[in-house]
Write a protein that binds this ligand. Structure first.
Ligand code: BGC
Length: 724
C-alpha cells in the first residue's frame, strides 16, 4: 500500500481532475498496434490524453491494457496507475448464461461461482473493475436490457447482485483474481416508458422505494465499490444530476461513500435531455450531485478547474473525489502491480478452462426453464431419427449480448450437443428460415417439412437473434421474429412430436408456438456451453429446475405484466378466457400470462404438503416459523425451489396479490421428502406507505407456497403491533 494522501498533496489541480476522467481505449491507441507492440505512429496527441485520464474502458486485451499502462506510467510524474474497467456481465471469455437466465436458477451460490470464474478470466485479461451487477428492476419485456437483470422480483435481484459482488471482490481486492464492482443503473432505468431504452421514467416515491431501490441498496450493503447513475430522467430530472436520488437517498440516507461514475457520456447527454447546453453548468450539476468520475464526455476536464477557481467548488471537494479513486487503486494493489496480475499474452491459460466450461454447462442447465411438457421429454437417447430444425439448430450465436471477450465460435451449438449426446441417432439438421424480424424467405420450409415427416421427433430451435436484446435493443413486438411461427405450424402438419428449444434475451410471447408443440424448453442465451446443456436436458442427463424470474406474456399488449400487481377495484371473476364487462380485463386476451413468474417444470414430480405456522399471531420483534413438506414423488433426482409468498389483505395502501418473501432451493433424491422452514418477522410483511414510511400494518396476512399464480397451500396469520 502507498500513502495516497501524500501523493494527492503533490498533485496539481489538472492532475487531480484527470483522475476523474474515464476514456475509451480507442482514444489512445489502435488495437492492432497494441497486438504487434508497434505504437510508434500511435502516440503523439493520444499520449497527451493518456497522461491526463485516470481510467480506461472498452479495451481489447491484456496486451493492450499493459501497453496503455506502460505508456501512461512512463510519463506520469506521480506514477499513479490507470484503472481498466469493463462490463464483465456474464463471463469474460467463458460465457455463462445471461443474468435474466441466472435469475431463473434462484441460486445466488451459482451466480457467485460464475462471477468468481469471470473475475479469474477478466483479471487475466487486464480488467480490474467490472460494471456489474446490473440490478434494475423490470416489468416490461420490450426493454432490451431485461437480459442484464435477474428479473421482476426485488428480493431475488438484490440477493443475486449481492452474491455477485462478494464473488467478484473475493477475500481481498488486492488478490490478483479479485475485481472491484459497480452496481448500476441508479435508479429505475428499467422503468422506461413503453419499454423503450433510455426513455422517461415517472414513478411515485413509494413504488420506487418498494420495488426499484431495494436491490441497489442490497448491493451497496454487500460492498459495491462504485455506483453508476442511470441514463434516464427520474420524475423529470436525469438521474446523474438528480439531487433527491444522488444526494438525499444515496449519500444521506444510505451513507454510500464509494465512487459514483457517470454512465457513458451521460453528463454530455444533459444537453439532449434539455437541461443545459453549457458544459460548465453540466459539470457543475454533475459534480455537485456527487458524480466523481465522468465517463467519456469531457466537461470535467474542460470546466472543473475554472469552477474551483471561481469558488463554486473548493479544492477539498475535489480532493475528496480524487481520494476515493486513489484509494480504490491502492486497495486493488495497483501501485505495486499496475497490471493486477494481467497475463502477458492475449490468450491466457486461465480462459476457457475445463472447469470453467463445466460450470458454464451446469449453469446453463440450471437456468433453462421447462415451460411445457406433455410427457414427451425427456427423450430417449435411443430415438432413431431426429429432425433438428430452425435458425438455432446449428447456430453459435447463443452467448448473448454483453458477452465481453467471449467468441461465438467457441460456443457449443445445439447440433453439436445433440450429436455428442445421442451418437447412434440419425439427425437431420436444417434451418428452415431465418430469424431477423423482417425475414420473409420461405425457401427452407420444404426441406424442414420433409425432415420432420421422416423423423420420430422434431427439435425445433427458435428464438430472437442475440442482438435483439441488450442496450438500445428494445422491441415493440415480442413474438418470435420473422417466419418462425409459420415454420412451426408447417412442421406441425408433418409431425406432431415437436419439442421446441427457445432462445431469447427477454420473455417472448410464445402463444402461437405453444399451440403447435408438445414441449418448450426455454434456454435464454445460455452461453458457451449452451448446446451441451440443451442436449443434457433434452435427454434427461440433467433435470430442468429453472423457474421463471420474469413473466412470459401472451401478447405484447399485456406489458408491463408482473406477478406482484394489485387487485384493482374491479377484478375479474369470470374464467380468464371470457371477457367480463366492467371488469379490469381485455376483450381480446385473458389477463393471465402465458407462463407466470415462478413457473418451471421438472422431470421429477414434487408434491407440497402440511404448510404449518408455529403461531397464528405475530407481534413486533417476534417471529413465526413456517414449515412446509415437499416430496419428490418420482424416481428422478431433481431440484426444486420452494417459494414463500404473502398477501396483506387490507392496508392503507392497496397491496399486491402476491409478494415473494423467502425461497430455498434444494436437491431431492428419488422419493425423498424434505421439510423447509422459514422465519417470518414483521418487516417481511411491511411496505412503503403513501407518506414514504416503511410500515407493517396490523391485520391478516395470507402465507402461501407454490408459484405466483398457482399457489398450492395457504394459511393466515394476524399481525398485532402493540400487544397489551
Ligand atoms: C451502459 C452501461 C455500461 C457502459 C460502459 C453504457 O452505455 O449503459 O451499462 O456500463 O456503457 O460500457
Amino acid at each position: 500500500m502507498v500513502d495516497v494522501k501524500q501523493i494527492l498533496s503533490q498533485m496539481t489541480t489538472e492532475e487531480k481532475i484527470g483522475q476523474l476522467m474515464q476514456h475509451n481505449a480507442n482514444m489512445f491507441i489502435d488495437s492492432s498496434a497494441a497486438v504487434t507492440g508497434d505504437n510508434s505512429n500511435k502516440l503523439g496527441l493520444s499520449q497527451k490524453v493518456i497522461n491526463t485520464v485516470g481510467s480506461v474502458l472498452n479495451f481489447c486485451s491484456s496486451v493492450e491494457m499493459r501497453t496503455i499502462q506502460d505508456m501512461h506510467l512512463k510519463n506520469d510524474r506521480n506514477k499513479i496507475p490507470m484503472l481498466f474497467m469493463m462490463d464483465v456481465v456474464h463471463g469474460f471469455r467463458t460465457i455463462f448464461p445471461i443474468p435474466l437466465a441466472l435469475g431463473c436458477s434462484f441460486d445466488p451460490n451459482l451466480a457467485a461461482r460464475c462471477s468468481e470464474m469471470a473475475a479469474d478470466e477478466a483479471t487475466a485479461g487486464g480488467v480490474q473493475v467490472t460494471f456489474t451487477p446490473m440490478v434494475d428492476y423490470v416489468r416490461d419485456a420490450r426493454w432490451g436490457r431485461v437480459m442484464e437483470t435477474c428479473g421482476e422480483e426485488p428480493l431475488l435481484n438484490g440477493m443475486m447482485g449481492a452474491a455477485q459482488i462478494r464473488a467478484f471482490r473475493g477475500k481481498s481486492l488486492s488478490d490478483k483474481t479479485s475485481m472491484a464492482t459497480c452496481v448500476k443503473h441508479f435508479a429505475a432505468y428499467g422503468g422506461a416508458e413503453a419499454g423503450r431504452d433510455y426513455n422517461t421514467v415517472e414513478l411515485s416515491e413509494h413504488i420506487l422505494r418498494e420495488y426499484y431501490l431495494p436491490a441497489y441498496k442490497a448491493c451497496i450493503d454487500a460492498g459495491a465499490d462504485m455506483i453508476m447513475p442511470a441514463f434516464n430522467t427520474l420524475n423529470g430530472i436525469p438521474a446523474t444530476v438528480n439531487f433527491w436520488l444522488m444526494k438525499k437517498v444515496l449519500k444521506e440516507e444510505w451513507g454510500f461513500s464509494g465512487i459514483v461514475i457517470s454512465d457513458f457520456n451521460a453528463i454530455g447527454d444533459l444537453e439532449r435531455h434539455g437541461i443545459t447546453n453549457d458544459e460548465k453548468t453540466a459539470a457543475r450539476l454533475a459534480f455537485e450531485n456527487g458524480c466523481d468520475i465522468e465517463m467519456v464526455s469531457n466537461t470535467y476536464t474542460h470546466c472543473l478547474k475554472e469552477l474551483i477557481e471561481k469558488g463554486v467548488f473548493t479544492e477539498e471537494q475535489l480532493d475528496d473525489a480524487v481520494l476515493k479513486v486513489l484509494n480504490l487503486k491502492n486497495n486493488l494493489g495497483m501501485f505495486e502491480d499496475p497490471y493486477h496480475g494481467a497475463d502477458i499474452q492475449e490468450n491466457s491459460e486461465r480462459f476457457l478452462t475445463p472447469e470453467h466450461r463445466a460450470t458454464a454447462r451446469k449453469a446453463a442447465e440450471e437456468c433453462a426453464v421447462l415451460l411445457k411438457n406433455d410427457g414427451i421429454l425427456p427423450l430417449s437417447p435411443q430415438v432413431e431419427k431426429i429432425a433438428l430444425i430452425g435458425p438455432f439448430a446449428d447456430n453459435h450465436e447463443i452467448i448473448g449480448f454483453w458477452s465481453c471477450n467471449g467468441k461465438n465460435e467457441e460456443s457449443v451449438t445445439v447440433s453439436e450437443g445433440i450429436h455428442a449426446a445421442a451418437p447412434n441417432t440419425e439427425i437431420t439438421v436444417t434451418r428452415g428460415c431465418g430469424n431477423l424480424y423482417d425475414d420473409c424467405d420461405r425457401s427452407g420450409f420444404d426441406a424442414a417439412v420433409k425432415a420432420a415427416a421422416a423423423a420420430d421427433v422434431v427439435i425445433l430451435c427458435l428464438g430472437e437473434p442475440q442482438n435483439y436484446s441488450g442496450e438500445g435493443n428494445s422491441r415493440a413486438d415480442i413474438t418470435l421474429t420473422g417466419l418462425q411461427d409459420e415454420l412451426a405450424a408447417a412442421v406441425a402438419n408433418a409431425n406432431k412430436n415437436i419439442v421446441a428449444l427457445t432462445f431469447s434475451g427477454r420473455p417472448l410471447a410464445l402463444t402461437e408456438l405453444e399451440k403447435n408443440v408438445r414441449a418448450i424448453l426455454h434456454m435464454w442465451f445460455p452461453g458457451t456451453e449452451g448446446g451441451s446443456a440443451a442436449a443434457n436436458l433434452l435427454f434427461g442427463y440433467a433435470n430442468p429446475c429453472g423457474k421463471l424470474s420474469m413473466t412470459f406474456p401472451r401478447a405484447v399488449g399485456q406489458c408491463p405484466i408482473y406477478y406482484n400487481h394489485t387487485n384493482t377495484g374491479k377484478p375479474k371473476f369470470f374464467p380468464d378466457d371470457k371477457h367480463q364487462p366492467y371488469a379490469s380485463n381485455y376483450i381480446d386476451c385473458p389477463n393471465s400470462p402465458l407462463f407466470p413468474f415462478g413457473h418451471g417444470l421438472s422431470y421429477s414430480n414434487f408434491k407440497y404438503e402440511n404448510l404449518e405456522l408455529s403461531d397464528d399471531v405475530l407481534y413486533n420483534n417476534s417471529k413465526i416459523e413456517v414449515s412446509v413438506t415437499v416430496k419428490n414423488c418420482s424416481d428422478t433426482v431433481g431440484k426444486e425451489t420452494v417459494m414463500l409468498y404473502m398477501r396483506d389483505l387490507f392496508a392503507s395502501n392497496s397491496r399486491p396479490v402476491q409478494q415473494l418473501i423467502a425461497f430455498e432451493k434444494a436437491e431431492f433424491a428419488a422419493d425423498e421428502t424434505k421439510t423447509f422452514k422459514f422465519n417470518i418477522t414483521a418487516p417481511m410483511l411491511g411496505f412503503w406507505n403513501n407518506e414514504n414510511k416503511f410500515v407493517t400494518e396490523d391485520g391478516v396476512f395470507q402465507i402461501s407456497t407454490g408459484c405466483a399464480d398457482r399457489l398450492i397451500l395457504t394459511e393466515n396469520l394476524t399481525f398485532i403491533s402493540n400487544a397489551e
